[in-house]
Design a binder for this molecule. Structure first.
Ligand code: FAD
Length: 441
């Protein structure tokens, strides 16, 4: 039986632990925090269980959905599936139309043709781009940004489709985002499988969505989990010496800063690449609407008018608002469903303001844009290192670090940006490569 040590229990580390356990290994999982889940976890705020940040998946996240199912969860009952919708309160904007069984490219075409606010010029510019990308196999050179590859799209198409999509999926403005990775996500979401672009929005807190059940499954399968244990160096664990009880393989599933610290002596070039990774913030503001006439928003998620890329002069930081009452209604956890009634979470991607500034700007945005009153401020959580900047020409650290050490995490070399799917894919790959190497020896 192989002994595998995994350091870090975000979704990448949890995926690696599940996969290694399924392959028959004896797994030890070590996590610095008292809660598993890393950057996608539940937090306590004002006596409520909320999330460190609103998360959303899409139907194309096959690896993540399969991972959830593999520990006995039913993703479709834990998340609300709805068609891709970038509509504001008035119903303006882009959304996908047509029955779910239609091929994804036909749905995309119908979405374009049905967008009533777009002129013929807007629609033909997008059709022309989509045709060009299809003919190019959704690939481009690594040097191009999203702004570069979208040349030819009208300002309206940029503002109502590509800008929000890019901020939502990458948390960076179009000029800072890799065109190549954007095309890959676009292809998987819009042009590959039916339902790939569907939004899957959690109807429970993030702990319940996966980490808690995963922890129970791992313990049942004999995995050892050490929480609140911050690994400071690999040599102090005897991993690098000749001890007979040392693990056969180590998988470092930490964030890049901690991973670089642990691996600097073993592979300085790898650590240098990890240290070059830059991050952008996401701020999530929770408000409760106590207006007696308010029941819920018109949809579980609405797009907002935001000027978040206007660094230094931001007045409307949030791009999306989620209605937790709408989402949790009818969910299996009746208590949580009650507690979340009338709670709205406002997502400010590419956040640059302080918590206080975000709070007052979002309150103003909610009043003006949504016409809400009697708003109670519950709190703002700003994750400073929410997502890595998936820039053009970024060279991401490899999965294999040395003969017996592998790394995983959303930032490691892979096809996806800083997302749950990117984290899960990397966890799978690290275990696969580790087993291939160990089986050869
Ligand atoms: C506010 C916010 C909103 C987001 N929204 C979305 C979204 O809508 N959709 C989406 O797909 N993605 C979203 N993301 C991104 C997503 O959360 C991340 O891509 C994903 O969680 C990364 O997982 P990971 O396992 O790679 O890294 P992490 O989650 O960072 O996990 C690393 C783990 O390693 C542990 N660790 C670090 N050092 C040590 C050490 N020395 N010893 C022991 N343990 C250590 C950490 O405590 C942590 O638990 C969002 C992120 C944030 C913050």
């Amino acid at each position: 039986m192989k002994n595998i040590l995994i350091i870090g229990a975000g979704w990448a580390g949890l995926c690696a632990a599940v996969e290694a356990t399924r392959r028959g290994a004896k797994v030890t999982l070590v996590e610095a925090k008292s809660e598993l889940g890393g950057r996608a976890r539940s937090v306590q705020l004002g006596g409520l269980t909320l999330d460190n940040g609103q998360h959303i998946m899409i139907g194309a996240y096959r690896a993540t959905l399969d991972l959830m199912a593999s520990v006995g969860l039913n993703p479709e009952s834990l998340m609300l599936r709805c068609r891709l919708s970038l509509l504001d309160k008035q119903g303006n904007g882009f959304s996908l139309k047509g029955p779910a069984w239609l091929p994804p490219s036909v749905q995309f075409l119908l979405g374009i043709l049905n967008c009533s606010q777009w002129s013929l010029k807007d629609k033909s510019s997008l059709l022309w781009l989509a045709t060009k990308w299809t003919l190019q196999g959704f690939r481009c050179e690594t040097k191009y940004s999203v702004k570069d590859i979208c040349k030819g799209a009208t300002d309206t198409v940029m503002e109502s489709l590509f800008l929000p999509l890019c901020l939502c999926a990458f948390n960076t403005p179009i000029e800072m985002t890799s065109g190549r990775v954007f095309l890959r996500v676009l292809k998987d979401a819009m042009f590959t499988v039916a339902g790939g672009s569907d939004f899957l929005i959690p109807r429970c807190d993030l702990g319940e969505l996966f980490p808690h059940t995963c922890e129970r499954w791992l313990l049942q399968m004999g995995c050892e989990i050490q929480k609140s244990t911050h690994i400071k160096s690999l040599s102090s664990l005897g991993i690098l010496g000749d001890r007979s009880d040392k693990p056969d393989a180590v998988i470092v599933a930490c964030d890049p800063i901690n991973a670089a610290r642990l691996l600097a002596d073993i592979n300085p070039q790898w650590a240098d690449r990890a240290n070059r990774i830059e991050y952008t913030q996401i701020a999530t503001t929770y408000l409760r609407c106590n207006d007696s006439s308010f029941e819920s928003l018109s949809a579980p998620v609405l797009m907002l008018q935001s000027d978040s890329t206007n660094v230094g002069h931001v007045q409307a930081p949030a791009q999306f608002v989620f209605d937790r009452g709408f989402l949790f209604e009818g969910s299996m956890n009746v208590e949580q469903s009650q507690l979340n009634r009338r709670i709205l979470s406002f997502v400010s991607s590419y956040a640059t303001l302080s918590n206080d500034q975000t709070a007052s700007a979002v309150l103003e945005q909610a009043r003006i844009e949504l016409g809400l009153s009697h708003l109670e401020y519950l709190g703002t959580i700003t994750e400073r290192r929410a997502t890595f900047c998936c820039k053009p020409e970024l060279i991401r650290p490899s999965i294999q670090v040395s003969e017996r050490i592998w790394a995983c995490g959303d930032f490691t070399d892979g096809p996806y940006p800083s997302t749950l799917e990117g984290a899960v894919l990397s966890g799978m790959r690290a275990v696969k490569e580790a087993f291939q190497t160990l089986d050869m020896h």
